[in-house]
Design a protein around this ligand. Structure first.
Ligand SMILES: [Zn+2]
Length: 382
């Protein structure tokens, strides 16, 4: 009896040891547990091999004892039963051990399969990750800039729903929100009819524009292009960074009473948050490749920016000749903030009738009426 107990105890210990190992397969290299399990297997087999003779001995012993009397016969029967039960138990334990071993092998093979897969997948992932990370960095930098641009545009466009016609049209802008009061009572508003300028040797605008990532948004008032950071102008000793550009149809500004098909407003901000806007007038003529790139990326839905895949050469948005008119004015949309340095390029750029037609389908009229000049000084390049 005691021997069975010893045998069972040792088998149970073997099971628990085996179960413990299988619970942490990743901590040891795959080859090690396999070796261990095989030695353990041998040990168990040894145990099993050792067990039957012990039982047989016991059996023989009890049969000898059986000759001595009925009681001892019963005892022998009982011990035989016990031996049988022990055999069954041993078989069950062996079965359970086999299951545990199988589970462990599966875990190990999965672990080793994983370690085999890793070197295959890692380089594949690593290759596209690098350019992607760069793209993400520039895109996120741009979308930050874009977000700033949108915020600036929101700020520039003021609170409340406003438009170009009817009850929310330009004559009502000042009444839509107290923040828009300048639209009504400002005396340095834009746009104006540019005439009687003083001809002087104006400092050239120094453009530091580059090829930039961009997105296009239809903000409900115009088509706006938010550009990546790093595009600057220097004028009158101040640096302004380009935030966004957008379009109006027809042109808001007039030159000696003359209106143009369209205008591009390139909105810049300096470190103090002061605005400088460059207006590039648009005439009907040849197709324009850079503007076509913008039209190619027109978003399908309003207020959701469309990221462009190809960057834009911002220098192409400018005319070749860089003479300009300049005066102090305002944003031409609510809240009509004043203190904006305006530079209107004298030479227009050209868009094809088809290209103008594309914008016309979205915004056929998004120009604020001409505001009073109120004796403001206008200077122009000689
Ligand atoms: Zn504008």
């Amino acid at each position: 009896m005691r021997r069975y107990s010893v045998l069972l105890l040792s088998l149970l210990l073997a099971i628990s040891a085996s179960a413990n190992e299988s619970s942490s397969p990743s901590s040891s290299p795959p080859s090690k547990p396999i070796k261990q399990s095989s030695t353990k297997e041998k040990d168990k087999e040894k145990e099993k091999e050792e067990a039957p003779p012990a039982k047989e001995k016991e059996g023989r012993k009890s049969s000898k004892e059986g000759k001595e009397g009925k009681e001892s016969k019963d005892a022998a029967k009982e011990s035989a039963k016990e031996a049988l039960a022990a055999d069954e138990l041993a078989a069950k334990i062996a079965e359970r051990l086999a299951v545990l071993r199988k589970e462990k092998e599966e875990v190990n093979s999965r672990a080793s399969a994983r370690s085999v897969m890793r070197p295959v997948y890692t380089p594949r992932r690593a290759e596209p990750v690098k350019p992607k990370a760069e793209m993400v960095a520039s895109a996120s930098a741009m979308s930050d800039h874009g977000a700033a641009a949108i915020a600036a545009a929101m700020d520039a466009h003021g609170a409340g729903a406003w438009g170009y016609q009817g009850e929310t049209g330009p004559l009502s802008w000042g009444k839509l929100s107290p923040a828009n009061s300048k639209c009504d009572i400002g005396d340095r508003q834009s746009p104006i009819d540019i005439r009687d300028g003083i001809r002087v040797d104006l400092d050239p605008i120094v453009f530091d524009y580059r090829i930039s990532g961009f997105n296009v948004i239809d903000n409900g008032h115009t088509v706006q292009v938010n550009v990546g950071a790093g595009n600057y102008i220097t004028v009158m000793g101040r640096n302004y960074e380009l935030v966004q550009f957008h379009f109006h149809k027809p042109s808001e500004e007039r030159i000696n009473g003359k209106s143009f098909e369209m205008v591009v407003h390139l909105v810049h901000k300096d470190a103090d948050g002061k605005y400088a806007v460059i207006a590039v007038l648009i005439e009907r003529g040849k197709p324009h490749s850079a503007i076509q790139q913008v039209w190619n990326n027109l978003p399908l839905e309003k207020t959701i920016p469309q990221e462009a895949l190809m960057p834009l050469d911002l220098n192409k948005v400018l005319p070749q000749k860089r003479e300009y008119y300049t005066y102090m004015g305002s944003l031409t949309t609510p809240p009509c903030t004043e203190g904006v340095l305006w530079m209107v390029m004298k030479e227009p750029i050209e868009l094809s009738p088809e290209q103008i037609g594309i914008f016309n389908r979205l915004y056929s009229m998004n120009a604020r009426p001409i505001q009073k000049s109120s004796g403001r000084l206008i200077k122009e390049s000689n």
